[in-house]
Design a protein around this ligand. Structure first.
Ligand SMILES: Cc1cc2nc3c(=O)[nH]c(=O)nc-3n(C[C@H](O)[C@H](O)[C@H](O)COP(=O)(O)OP(=O)(O)OC[C@H]3O[C@@H](n4cnc5c(N)ncnc54)[C@H](O)[C@@H]3O)c2cc1C
Length: 291
């Protein structure tokens, strides 16, 4: 199938892009890396009459150190550039671990950090990392700029709190608490496939005991979700195998993942528990604790 006809725009500045989005509203779609949008156009699952290609907007690219800790990504930063960044390796180990799991190199060469976040696939690695780390999205329109925390940005399957006239311009990902250990673990049928489930975990110790833990699951709900009850139960515990297994049970017991041709809900729930256990164990080891 071929795409439905559209008018093509290639703005060269953010202001020009915002003016186009303001003019065309829900008739317009932003084109970034095209790795998700182009197939949707070709299958006519998306039929915008206006395509706003932001690839010529130089100010939307680039990786920068944020004050203190963390990294800011211009929305057009290619996933592959983030993967190869020494700043990401140093400051965002969980992102460095997640990025190579996105599709294949050819996809990451074109796919962008902001495109993946704006696309909001519930099985995608970057939205899960954004939720796990408490990332912030910088969003602009002709009406002004707002900064949206990850837990308010992702609404549901392929749905964000972006308005039709808004452009995601930067993704700011904090490094997390000092001394924390992070891990990203996912289970996919084949390398390069979208994962059946994935987990980002963080552990920080206070002495011999867990001071703080974070568990974020992807592929089990309509967006990446934090397992807050399991996180709270881990605080003050030793990071031994029994504690980690109990946290995995708590984190997954109420999940109601989809059943589809790739696996039943029960299978996914089971895999989620396995992934939580593995990710927590690795994160605790990296934070310097036992498990
Ligand atoms: C074969 C294949 C396998 C893949 N496997 C994975 C995988 O395992 N994990 C994974 O996470 N992803 C996977 N992807 C998707 C890939 O990561 C995409 O690059 C990503 O989801 C979208 O990024 P993009 O830059 O290509 O965005 P596009 O396809 O250009 O856009 C995606 C959506 O976001 C909107 N958008 C883009 N940028 C902005 C912006 N700045 N402001 C507002 N809206 C914007 C677009 O309008 C569109 O609706 C795969 C893709 C393919 C083709």
């Amino acid at each position: 199938m071929k795409n439905a006809p559209f008018e093509y725009h290639a703005p060269r500045s953010v202001d020009e892009a915002l003016a186009l989005l303001a003019e065309h509203g829900d008739e317009a779609k932003v084109l970034a890396g095209g790795q998700s949008l182009v197939p949707l156009l070709a299958m006519r699952l998306a039929r915008p009459s206006q395509l706003v290609d932001i690839n010529e907007v130089a100010e939307l690219s680039g990786i920068r150190a944020l004050d203190g800790t963390g990294v800011g990504f211009g929305t057009l930063t290619r996933e592959r550039d983030a993967e190869r960044s020494s700043l990401v390796a140093e400051r965002l180990p969980v992102l460095a671990e997640a990025l190579p799991l996105i599709g294949h190199v050819s996809i990451r060469n074109r796919g962008t950090v902001g495109g993946s976040i704006a696309h909001a696939d519930a099985s995608a690695e970057l939205p899960a990392v954004a939720v796990a780390t408490g990332a912030e999205m910088v969003v602009r329109s002709v009406r002004g700029e707002r900064v949206v925390p990850a837990d308010e940005f992702f609404v549901s399957h392929f749905t964000t709190s972006l308005d039709d006239d808004e452009l995601l311009t930067e993704v700011r990902i904090p490094s997390g608490p000092a001394g924390s250990g992070w891990a990203f673990h996912e289970i996919a049928r084949r390398h390069g496939d979208f994962a059946l489930v994935g987990v980002a975990a963080m552990v920080r110790f206070d002495g011999d005991h867990i001071g703080e833990a974070r568990i974020t699951l992807m592929g089990v709900a309509d967006r990446a979700v934090r397992a807050t009850a399991a996180e709270a139960a881990l605080a003050g515990q030793a990071a031994d195998a029994d504690t980690v297994a109990a946290a995995a049970r708590e984190a997954t017991k109420d999940l109601e993942p989809a059943s589809d041709m790739h696996g039943s809900a029960g299978f996914r729930r089971h895999l989620a528990g396995v992934a939580v256990r593995r990710a927590l164990t690795t994160a605790a080891g990296r934070a310097g604790g036992s498990s």
